[in-house]
Ligand binder design. Structure first.
Ligand code: SF4
Length: 265
């Protein structure tokens, strides 16, 4: 197994079959080894620093019904809120004073957060904090809308694709959502010039090793500037409440694989 890890570190990629071996036969010792390799590469790339982000959860309204998500439209048990522009700017003011230089505006696909409103918020943050990065995580939008937000001053966009496999995608999302559309959104974001983030849930219901290999190869091709990886955690008010969570081990394994593939070293 170690030869695949050494090869991954040197060549930054593997054949599908080699990824399969790594994902299916990784014991505790192998995991320690790949984590150590990835840690060395991360230290070379980032130094021994932690980069902090000022995450502002702007709204928990959403028009979608993703089966894994606690703020899905179909959940009647949560208290919904939407921050005013004033509250968001207050958060930025406090964050800036504390040393934050990246603000992330994150929320569901909230019809109440109109394009005009988001644009006005981005313009206001950009005017007041020209030295800060503005990251948006507000879901799927038309090309022109992404372009408007970019021109208003947003420079990063997070949109995890969750799974590249269309059948698996349809097991995680209702029929009106499409894997193709989400992937197109990611391509649009890159084309417009955003630093783009994508990624997956590890251990989501129905996920197989084949799906993970497809995700690794898709991310290799897309070359996003940010990769978000986290374990699937079942939310009690969703159709997936009874499914087991993704494991720490598999999440750490995938984190290490992505670090070895994507960090400059
Ligand atoms: S689009 Fe995002 S916020 Fe909305 S239900 Fe899906 S995962 Fe949740």
């Amino acid at each position: 197994m170690r030869q695949w890890i050494d090869k991954l570190r040197q060549e930054k990629t593997l054949q599908s079959e080699e990824f399969r071996q790594l994902l299916t036969k990784c014991d505790a010792e192998t995991l320690r080894h790949i984590n150590k390799q990835a840690q060395e590469v991360s230290l070379q790339h980032f130094g021994n620093k932690i980069y902090i982000r000022g995450l502002i959860e702007v709204s928990n309204y959403c028009r979608n019904n993703c089966f894994y998500c606690g703020i899905r439209k179909g959940n009647p048990h949560i208290k919904r809120y939407r921050l005013s522009m004033e509250s968001i700017l207050d958060c930025c003011k406090e964050g800036y004073a504390l040393g934050f230089r990246t603000f992330v505006l994150q929320g569901g696909e909230d019809p109440g957060l109109t394009d005009d409103r988001i644009e006005a918020i981005v313009v206001a943050i950009r005017e007041q904090y020209p030295d800060c990065a503005i990251t948006l995580s507000l879901g799927e939008k038309p090309y022109e809308t992404y372009q408007r937000f970019f021109q208003a001053g947003a420079n990063r966009y997070l949109l995890r694709h969750e799974t590249y496999n269309e059948i698996h995608y349809s097991q995680l999302h209702p029929a009106e959502m499409s894997c193709k559309h989400r992937i197109q959104c990611l391509r649009n974001l890159k084309e417009i010039g955003y630093q783009t983030g994508s990624g997956i849930m590890v251990g989501s219901p129905g996920q197989t090793v084949e799906h993970l290999i497809q995700d690794i190869l898709f991310i290799e091709k897309l070359r996003p500037e940010m990769i978000g990886i986290g374990p699937f955690l079942p939310h009690h008010d969703t159709p997936f409440a009874q499914f087991p969570n993704g494991t720490v081990e598999q999440t750490l394994l995938l984190l290490s694989i992505f670090r070895l593939m994507h960090l400059q070293h």
